[in-house]
Ligand binder design. Sequence first.
Ligand code: FES
Length: 104
Amino acid sequence: EVRVYVEEAPGQRREIEAPTDMSLSLMEVLKASGYDIQATCGGMALCATCHVEVLAGPALDEPGDEEMYMLETLPVLSPGSRLSCQIRITPRLDGLVVRLMPII
Ligand code: FES
């Protein structure tokens, strides 16, 4: 298992434990933890409702072309913006801190 953290308000982080042996995406883990993510595209990098901002933690692999393309269509983007459906839960993710981005 790895621990990821969701910043729900400034300075307020919720710890979530995620299994690393099920090939889950961060989006799936966030949904299973009760966060209201529509994920209308089912994790295909097509809807951007799973947009998160990475605030801290280990370096992630660069976004793929499809993720990059989708991110560039968003009106609100930060340097840490990612689609959580494209982030695979692996042991390397331990300590990741994200914030859910509002859907506009
Ligand atoms: Fe649709 Fe991630 S769930 S882009």
